[in-house]
Design a protein around this ligand. Structure first.
Ligand SMILES: C[S@@+](CC[C@H](N)C(=O)[O-])C[C@H]1O[C@@H](n2cnc3c(N)ncnc32)[C@H](O)[C@@H]1O
Length: 275
């Protein structure tokens, strides 16, 4: 990631401000994504764990870490998001779980010692903004994780996003031209588009290769989402019936973890074990 890419994305999240909080609650699709991420996280965090949360944003998953009995060193590269995190947790029981708050770029974790954390959490894409430094970043995350501990992360899905956002992608192609669009679809790198939200998208197989190269072991993967991406109206009707909704969520979370579904969502979650 060049300095200007980094600054561009920091500005993006500074300007996004409060709207980052609503991402996982304003639509049934977002609420399913939250459920998939929450249940995935619960598999790797236990009471008493010391967690480094990177790209914590306004703190949605810090509440979950606190509920699970973990403590969290909270970080983000956006000072605005870090401040929103402070405000949102202020006066809540979850604040007691926060051991520190600091600015941190996922590409530079050199300030932490080897094997410091039980879990390193990077949900919502910080690794999608590391670009050329992705490998170094993952090596760094594994270095600061205790042996047997986990790096848990989610990134933007290349194939699933292409399918889900096809109409806007085609609009983008008209503006940037077919050559740039081809480049975007063959690299997953949104810096070839004209979007203000530039990021690197991944396929499941890219993540398998990345983790193996960095010396980690994949413990689990999941897409987010699967069937819940297809029809927002049907999804709303389902959600209106609590019993059918909870059955749907159970099936959806299971479907997302199927190997055949990993590339089908807008995001891919993965947990990497430090050997
Ligand atoms: C989509 S939000 C996710 C927030 C929260 N983790 C969640 O999943 O709800 C991405 C967050 O990552 C932060 N971020 C992006 N790139 C980063 C980087 N290179 N290092 C650290 N944080 C980064 C952004 O500032 C933003 O708060």
């Amino acid at each position: 990631m060049t300095r200007s890419d980094r600054e561009r994305m920091r500005n993006f999240y500074d300007n996004l401000g409060e709207r980052e909080w609503s991402r996982l609650e304003e639509s049934p699709r977002g609420r399913v994504a939250y459920e998939v991420h929450r249940q995935f996280l619960e598999r790797f965090v236990k009471s008493g764990d010391q967690v480094l949360e990177i790209g914590a944003g306004p703190g949605r998953f810090t509440f979950d870490l606190a509920r699970l009995g973990a403590t969290a060193d909270v970080t983000d590269f956006s000072p605005v998001q870090l401040d929103l995190h402070r405000q949102r947790l202020d006066g809540t029981a979850a604040e007691a779980a926060v051991t520190s708050r600091a600015l941190l770029d996922i590409c530079d974790t050199s300030r932490y010692g080897d094997a410091t954390f039980d879990v390193v959490l990077a949900y919502g894409g910080p690794l999608s903004y590391a670009f050329e430094q992705t490998e170094d970043a993952v090596v760094g995350l594994l270095r600061i994780t205790k042996p047997g501990g986990y790096v848990v992360a989610s990134v933007m899905s290349w194939l699933g996003s292409w399918r889900h956002f096809l109409p806007s992608a085609l609009e983008d192609a008209k503006v940037v031209g077919d050559d740039a669009f081809d480049l975007m679809l063959t690299t997953g790198d949104l810096r070839h588009s004209q979007t203000t939200h530039v990021c690197q998208m991944f396929r499941a197989r890219d993540l398998l290769e990345l983790v193996a190269k960095c010396g980690g072991e994949i413990a689990a993967m999941s897409s987010s989402n699967w069937a819940s991406l297809s029809d927002p109206v049907v999804l709303e009707e389902l959600e209106a019936d609590p019993d059918r909704w909870s059955r749907f969520l159970r099936h959806e979370v299971a479907a997302c973890a199927e190997p055949g579904a990993l590339d089908g969502g807008t995001h891919i979650l993965f947990a990497t074990r430090r050997p």
